[in-house]
Design a protein around this ligand. Structure first.
Ligand code: SAH
Length: 499
């Protein structure tokens, strides 16, 4: 997640230096070595016959060993997207499998954890969308990547006096991490927990990562005991009595009018990175122990992974780059040297548009991002500090800015669906127009102490503020402008509240 780091009052780049200006002009970090593949092949040939020798990862264990083997199987290197996917969601070593990585003790803080007002206002958004849908008798509220479950708990509590909405609503959570599923069940005060997995054990079952169905980023042979397409875990929330279901992917959410919320989810989806060269748009790849950097200043002591460029354009660059650049002013295209794209984000946005076309509804995505196109925005955070993306695989959070323009393109490409896309607008605009000031006033009036009132005000200031913060004074930067919201609604729905 391109998220809030309490330790720093401004963005820092991967080497810890201050960054200014747009991320679209990110630094070039790949080493252009078109001879790489040949050298790797030579090296693999030298080590063949020895089990997992050389770049096979035999001498390494954990995630690094797994990555080394994946590289060996793919001819020496893997795309950045596969690296990100494994680092975040590998079933054993992935970052999110650690459980609670949020809050002051974790690596980063997100808006719902800063103030209850965030989830409550998204409850206002959901209630208004529900009315715009004609107050149907069933409403599926889907959240992708609910983290601790705080946003959904605040949303359900905030809307609990709205009887019609509460009677209609069922909650559908799409979460890859078993540990976080458990945390979400606690936060949502779930009772009557039931799971229908074949092993019959009374626990939240191991989810299948929906990214594995995304063949654009390759696969490295993951096993899952759970077939895609069913909610294996269900419960009831004591907050408002709603049914709560955990899913592996959108496909198993039952039909019916649907509202989808994705908060800081798209930034956790893998990106591919491309670089324009004399040979066309090549792709940045990650390799290990290539043997090519021994005599080079590029070699960083202690860092086993290296970023290199593919010798020529890859199938992904052929398919994705022209699609993203289509329709952009030529002066922008001509000046671009780097391009970062998230194929799973594009696929998911397309699926979500299909879903609301068929069932009616709306989708709200809130994230750190820009209109795009973007260059190199991938970053890693560990213990509230930025670290290099190739250090600490599986131990640092990896995230990239969301290219909202790329998401809108997905909707524009199929106008026959009748789905309309709004935004991006700033988080500041969204939350203020959903009534942040009014809600804050109510809370402050009911506060039991001055300290509590002060905290409420500070939390809201952080959500909508646009200041740079002051690290020395322990003052974090505002999230009001860097975070943006995009919404899509099904045919015939009016402009959504907040846009
Ligand atoms: N929305 C929460 C958490 C954001 S962190 C908040 O704002 O606090 C990203 C969340 O997405 C985590 O819950 C993580 O486990 C989940 N996630 C990441 N990749 C995923 C994937 N491929 N499928 C399902 N969930 C995923």
């Amino acid at each position: 997640m391109a998220r809030e780091s309490d330790a720093v009052g401004k963005d820092v780049d991967a080497d810890g230096r201050a960054v200014s200006g747009t991320r679209a002009s990110g630094r070039e970090i790949a080493i252009d070595r078109s001879g790489l593949r040949r050298a790797l092949e030579r090296r693999l040939a030298e080590t063949s016959g020895t089990r997992d020798g050389g770049s096979g990862g035999g001498e390494r264990d954990g995630l690094l060993g797994h990555l080394a083997r994946a590289m060996k199987f793919s001819g020496g290197s893997i795309p950045v997207s596969e690296y990100v996917r494994e680092c975040l969601t590998h079933p054993e070593y992935g970052y999110y499998m650690r459980g609670d990585v949020f809050g002051r003790k974790g690596d980063f803080v997100t808006s719902p954890e800063i103030s209850q007002v965030f989830g409550e206002l998204l409850g206002v958004w959901a209630a208004l969308q529900y009315e715009a849908l004609g107050s149907p008798t069933t409403l599926r509220v889907v959240e992708f990547g609910p983290g601790r479950g705080t946003l959904m708990a605040d949303l359900l509590r905030g809307t609990s006096k709205f009887d019609k909405f509460t009677r209609a609503v069922s909650v559908h959570l799409i979460e890859v991490s078993p540990a976080l599923r458990e945390l979400q069940a606690k936060t949502l005060r779930c009772v009557d927990l039931e799971n229908t997995s074949s092993d019959g054990k009374d626990r939240l079952v191991i989810p299948k990562n929906f990214l594995e169905s995304d063949n654009s980023s390759g696969s490295s042979g993951r096993v899952s005991e759970v077939p895609m397409g069913e909610a294996h875990t269900r419960a009831k929330s004591e907050i408002n009595g709603a049914g709560v279901f955990w899913h592996d992917a959108l496909d198993s959410v039952p039909n019916g009018p649907t509202l989808v919320i994705c908060h800081e989810f798209f930034d956790a989806l893998p990106v591919r990175q491309f670089q324009r060269t004399e040979r066309g748009w090549c792709e940045k790849m990650i390799t290990i122990d290539s043997g090519l950097t021994d005599d080079s200043a590029e070699k960083v002591p202690g860092r086993e992974l290296e970023m290199v460029l593919s010798p020529g354009p890859t199938p992904a660059s052929h398919m994705l780059v022209p699609r993203r650049l289509k329709g952009l002013p030529s002066e922008i295209v001509d000046s671009m040297r780097l391009l970062e794209l998230s194929p799973p984000s594009m696929t998911l946005w397309d699926k979500l548009a299909d879903r609301i076309q068929k069932n009616s509804g709306a989708v709200l995505a809130i994230d750190y991002g820009e209109e795009g196109p973007l260059g190199n925005t991938l970053e890693a955070i560990k213990d509230h500090k930025f670290v290099h993306v190739l250090d600490h695989p599986g131990e640092a959070d990896l995230s990239a800015y969301v290219d909202f323009g790329a998401l809108r393109q997905i909707v524009d490409e199929k106008p026959e669906r009748g789905v309309r896309c709004y935004g991006p607008v700033t988080q500041q605009q969204l939350l203020l127009s959903l009534g942040l000031i009014h809600r804050l006033e109510q809370l402050v009036k009911n506060a039991t102490s001055e300290v509590q009132a002060d905290e409420l005000v500070k939390g809201c200031e952080r959500l909508v503020g646009d200041g740079a913060g002051d690290a020395t004074a322990g003052e974090p930067p505002g999230m009001g402008v860097r975070y943006k919201a995009m919404c899509m609604v099904s045919r015939g729905l009016p402009k959504p509240a907040g846009f």
